[in-house]
Ligand binder design. Structure first.
Ligand SMILES: [Zn+2]
Length: 614
C-alpha cells in the first residue's frame, strides 16, 4: 500500500515538474531566417556582441538576432544555442524566471552569447569584457539586463553551437545563477532516493516509476525549439548519468573570474571585520530605555532575544513589548555606528547578489501593493521611500505605465536604480532631511517594509505628512507583530529580523499615528498582504544556523573540508524539511491567514486631509 502511494506521488511529481519545465522551454522564441534582411550589415554594427570562450557567433546568427531585436524593440538579446548540453539546458529551465513572471525577472541565461546596444553597456558601466567564461557571462548578463528595456530577452539560436558541456564548471555555473549549490544538489537527489526506496517496497511498481524518471527529460524538451546535446544518454541512462553529474558537480574545484573576485573581496573584508570585532560589539548598543518610544508607558517586557540569524555577525539583541500599546521594539537599540556595522555587506558588497535574488522573487507582492491605489486615484508622480534598487517601482510600472516613479534611499543603490531606468529620479539621503525640498511634488508616497528599519518612525510619518499635498496618498506595508504564528516561531519568525528591525507596530497604533498627522486611513489589507513564507524562512534560518557559511569575513571559524561535508549533511535533511515547510506555507499558513483575516504583514492606505496640517 505504501509502495503504491509513494509511486503515485513520485510519478505525479515527475510529471508535474516535467510539464512545468516544458512550459518554460516551449515558451522560448526562436530566431528564424526570415528576420534577416539579406546582406544588411549596417544593422549588425549597432549591437555589441559578448560571447563566451568556445562559442563562435557566426555572421548570419548575428544579423538575424539583430533584426529580431529591432523588430521586437529590444536593446538586448541573450542567445541560447539550440544544442546546449542537456544538463546546462535543464539547469536553465529550472532556474530561469518563468515566462509569465511579473517584475524585472532574474535575468538568467545560457551564458553563451549576448547582443546588446552600446548605450546599455555604457549605463551599466561595463567595458568590453573580451574573452569570458560561461559562468562569468551568466553573471555579467544578469547585471547588464538590469539596464536594458526588456527582461524577456532569451531567444533560441538554431545555428549557434554551445561550448562543450564541462561538468567540472557546473558548480561555478550554478553559483553564477544565484543558487545554493548544496541545496540544489540535494533537491535533484530526492526523486532518485524515492526511486531507490520504491525498489525495496515493490520492484514491479519501481520499474514503472523508473520509466517515467527516464522519460522526463524527453517530456521537457521534445517538440520545443531546444535540441539538447546528450539528451538520449541523460534520459535512457538517467539512473547512471544523474549520479555521475552529482559527483562531477560536487567535486568541481574550477573557479571563474567572478568566483575568484568574490573570494578575494571576502578575504579583503576580513581586515575590517577583524579590527571591528577585536573592539567588541557591546559598544554598538545604546543604554536601555525605560519607557515605550511609542506611548511612553513604563510597562515593558522582554519578547525575545536573538542574534543575527541571517548573516550570523556576532552580537545579541533584545525585542521588548509595551504592555500599554503593544508596540515592539529593539531595546537597547543600536547606535548609528552599530547599524552601519550590521547593515554593511547586506544589501551591497558581499550580500548584494543574494539580496538581488530575494528582491526579484517577490514581484507578486509588488503588484498587489501597486493595485491598492486603483479604486481611489490615478497616480501621477509616485515617491517610493526606502526604495533600495527600486525593484518595487520596476514592477509597479506594469500596473501604472503612465506614472513617474522616483525613489529615495540612503545608499548608493538608489543612484544605480536611476541608471537602470527603474526610477526617473533618485533622492539620496534620509527622508526627514529631504522632506523640505520635495514638498508638494508627489501625489503618492509609499513605504514598503521601511518604517520598521528606522530609528524613529514618527519622524518619517511627519515627513510624509509634510511632503504630500492635500488629497495625496500614503501607502505603507509593514510586518504584522500581531500575526498569530509569529509568536509560535519564536526568534525564527523572519520578520523579527534582528538586528535590522527597530520597531514593529500593531496596525491600530499606525492608524492612530497617521490620523494624528492629518493622514486619514481609507483602506487596509491584512490577510491579502500575507506572504506565504513563514514556514520556509523559519526552517531555512534554523538549518542555516546549524551549517554556517564559514567563508564570510566575520566568521570566527574558517572553512575546512570536514565543515563542508557537515554542511552537505545538514542540507540533506534540510531540503526535504524546506519542501515540507513550503507545503505548510501554502496550506496551513494560508488557511490561518484566511480564517483569522490577518497575515504576517499588513498594508494601510491613507489620504492627506484637505485642511493642511489638520
Ligand atoms: Zn507603548
Amino acid at each position: 500500500m505504501i509502495g503504491i502511494v509513494l509511486a503515485v506521488l513520485l510519478i505525479a511529481g515527475l510529471l508535474a515538474n516535467g510539464l512545468r519545465l516544458r512550459g518554460r522551454a516551449a515558451a522560448l522564441p526562436t530566431l528564424s531566417g526570415e528576420e534577416s534582411p539579406a546582406g544588411d550589415a549596417s544593422d549588425a554594427a549597432e549591437m555589441c556582441a559578448v560571447t563566451a570562450d568556445g562559442v563562435n557567433l557566426d555572421d548570419v546568427t548575428r544579423r538575424t538576432a539583430t533584426a529580431y531585436a529591432h523588430r521586437e524593440g529590444d536593446d538586448l538579446v541573450d542567445l541560447i544555442p539550440q544544442d546546449l548540453p542537456v544538463t546546462a539546458a535543464r539547469d536553465l529551465m529550472r532556474h530561469m524566471s518563468p515566462p509569465d513572471a511579473d517584475g524585472p525577472g532574474n535575468g538568467l541565461g545560457a551564458g553563451s552569447a549576448l547582443l546588446v546596444v552600446p548605450a546599455v553597456l555604457d549605463r551599466a558601466e561595463i567595458p568590453d569584457p573580451g574573452g569570458i567564461t560561461t559562468p562569468d557571462l551568466i553573471g555579467l548578463a544578469r547585471r547588464i539586463k538590469h539596464y536594458a528595456r526588456d527582461r524577456e530577452s532569451l531567444v533560441v539560436a538554431p545555428a549557434l553551437h554551445a561550448a562543450s558541456g564541462d561538468l567540472t564548471r557546473r558548480r561555478s555555473r550554478l553559483r553564477a545563477s544565484g543558487t545554493i549549490v548544496a541545496v540544489d544538489l540535494v533537491l535533484s537527489l530526492i526523486p532518485y532516493a524515492l526511486l531507490v526506496v520504491e525498489a525495496f517496497l515493490s520492484w514491479p511498481v519501481a520499474l514503472a516509476c523508473l520509466a517515467v524518471f527516464c522519460l522526463q527529460p524527453y517530456l521537457i524538451f521534445t517538440g520545443t525549439s531546444l535540441r539538447p546535446r546528450g539528451l538520449h544518454v541523460a534520459a535512457l541512462l538517467r539512473p547512471l548519468y544523474e549520479p555521475y553529474v552529482w559527483v562531477r558537480t560536487a567535486a568541481g574545484q574550477w573557479k571563474s573570474a567572478t568566483d575568484q573576485e568574490n573570494a578575494a573581496a571576502r578575504l579583503e573584508a576580513r581586515e575590517y571585520y577583524d579590527a571591528e570585532l577585536a573592539k567588541g560589539v557591546e559598544r554598538f548598543l545604546e543604554p536601555r530605555r525605560e519607557t515605550c518610544p511609542w506611548c511612553e508607558s513604563g510597562d515593558l517586557s522582554v519578547l525575545l532575544r536573538s542574534g543575527d540569524l541571517v548573516y550570523r555577525k556576532p552580537g545579541m539583541f533584545t525585542l521588548e513589548r509595551c504592555g500599554g500599546c503593544g508596540h515592539t521594539f529593539q531595546n537597547p537599540r543600536l547606535t548609528p555606528e552599530g547599524l552601519n556595522f550590521y547593515y554593511r555587506d547586506f544589501y551591497d558588497g558581499i550580500g548584494a547578489a543574494s539580496a538581488e535574488v530575494i528582491f526579484t522573487t517577490s514581484s507578486h507582492d509588488y503588484l498587489a501593493r501597486a493595485r491598492m491605489l486603483e479604486p481611489v486615484a490615478t497616480p501621477k508622480r509616485w515617491l517610493d521611500v526606502g526604495s533600495g534598487h527600486a525593484h518595487f517601482c520596476a514592477a509597479a510600472r506594469e500596473v501604472w505605465p503612465d506614472t513617474v516613479f522616483d525613489g529615495l534611499d540612503q545608499g548608493a543603490e538608489i543612484e544605480e536604480a536611476a541608471r537602470r531606468g527603474w526610477i526617473a529620479h533618485a533622492h539620496r539621503g534620509g527622508f526627514p532631511d529631504l522632506a523640505g525640498e520635495i514638498q508638494g511634488i508627489y501625489d503618492v508616497v509609499s513605504m514598503h517594509h521601511y518604517l520598521e528599519h528606522t530609528r524613529d518612525p514618527f519622524l518619517d510619518l511627519d515627513a510624509a505628512a509634510k511632503v504630500l499635498p492635500p488629497g495625496g496618498h500614503l501607502l505603507i506595508e509593514l510586518p504584522d507583530p500581531e500575526w498569530r504564528l509569529g509568536r509560535r516561531f519564536g526568534k525564527y519568525w523572519m520578520p523579527w529580523f534582528q538586528p535590522q528591525h527597530q520597531h514593529m507596530m500593531p496596525i491600530g497604533n499606525l492608524k492612530k499615528a497617521l490620523a494624528d498627522r492629518g493622514l486619514t486611513p481609507i483602506a487596509e489589507e491584512r490577510a491579502p498582504a500575507h506572504q506565504h513564507n513563514d514556514f520556509v524562512t523559519a526552517t531555512y534560518l534554523w538549518f542555516a544556523g546549524h551549517a554556517p557559511d564559514h567563508t564570510m569575513p566575520w566568521s570566527a571559524k574558517r572553512r575546512t573540508p570536514p565543515r563542508r561535508v557537515w554542511r552537505g549533511m545538514v542540507w540533506t535533511v534540510g531540503v526535504p524539511a524546506l519542501m515540507t515547510a513550503y507545503l505548510l506555507d501554502r496550506t496551513a499558513g494560508g488557511m490561518v491567514a484566511r480564517r483569522s483575516g490577518t497575515g504576517n504583514a499588513y498594508r494601510v492606505l491613507a489620504r492627506k486631509d484637505d485642511v493642511a496640517d489638520g
